[in-house]
Design a protein around this ligand. Structure first.
Ligand SMILES: *[C@@H]1O[C@H](CO)[C@@H](O)[C@H](O)[C@H]1NC(C)=O
Length: 247
């Protein structure tokens, strides 16, 4: 009976005073001359650390990142079926490398340029339509690995005050996402007609980047929203001053 009470009190304290970033996170201060380089390293390092639950601040967990559902619109050239995903688990963030992370303090724009070498997604899927001229349908579980997934993520931030402290929030986001290959499997494709399903999967494998190109904007929008919501949750808990220090 006592434990839940204690944790409620603790989270109230965190809400009142604002949570600090975990002490294991690298800190960068806007005053330092190499702020942008520091930020690049710090963000990469933080993303890697979030691969396991962090002590203290129960912020977010990217190991795996769970997404209850995602619906991606049909393409218009190649893949004529909407793609419905449920129970998604995204992992692989522990190997993230970031070549550039920039924060424009005047415009409050944060830009990340990062690669996740094995961006792995497990899911339940449902499709019903056409791939090229071939029928594609089925419902089951599956996985995909976006190889060398290169993500350019831009957040436009707003700011507001809560209990006398300044906080940021995400106002708008844009994600560009390109990979060099997609490895995947879809169980029960074509309702379990395995021979036909293997032929369709071969067509998919041979044309995977063209297929992705046809539905890319839908994936970029959907994952952009997911990353914005993850980041926004962190911003809502940690006052601005604990993120970047002060100018
Ligand atoms: C990242 O996590 C995966 C899966 O847990 C593991 O196989 C891999 O070795 C890890 N990579 C690093 C650099 O820790």
């Amino acid at each position: 009976m006592k434990l839940p009470l204690i944790s409620t009190c603790l989270s109230l304290v965190a809400v009142t005073f604002g949570a600090k970033l975990p002490s294991s996170f690298m800190k960068c201060n806007l005053k330092q001359t190499d702020f942008q380089q520091c930020l690049t390293k710090a963000v990469e390092d933080a993303i890697k650390q979030m691969n396991r639950p962090l002590k203290g601040v129960n912020l977010l967990n990217l190991g795996p990142l769970e997404i209850p559902g995602m619906t991606v619109a049909a393409g218009s050239q190649v893949l004529y079926t909407q793609q419905v995903f449920k129970n998604m688990k995204v992992s692989g963030f522990n190997e993230t490398t970031c070549s550039k992370v920039e924060f424009d303090t005047d415009e409050k724009i944060l830009k990340l340029d990062c690669i996740v070498p094995h961006f792995r997604v497990e899911f339940d899927y449902e499709v019903n339509g056409r791939l090229f001229l071939v029928s594609i349908y089925g419902k089951g579980s599956g996985w995909a690995v976006f190889v060398d997934n290169h993500m350019q993520l831009t957040f436009k931030l707003g700011e507001y005050e809560k209990k006398g402290k300044k906080y940021y929030n995400v106002v708008k986001q844009e994600l560009k996402m390109l990979m060099t290959d997609v490895e995947f499997d879809l169980e029960n494709l074509l309702d379990g007609d395995e021979e036909a399903a293997d032929r369709v999967k071969k067509v998919m494998k041979d044309n995977i980047l063209e297929i992705y190109g046809d539905v890319r904007s839908g994936y970029e929008e959907a994952f952009g929203l997911v990353f914005a919501s993850v980041f926004d949750r962190l911003l809502g808990k940690v006052p601005a001053v604990f993120l970047f220090g002060e100018k």
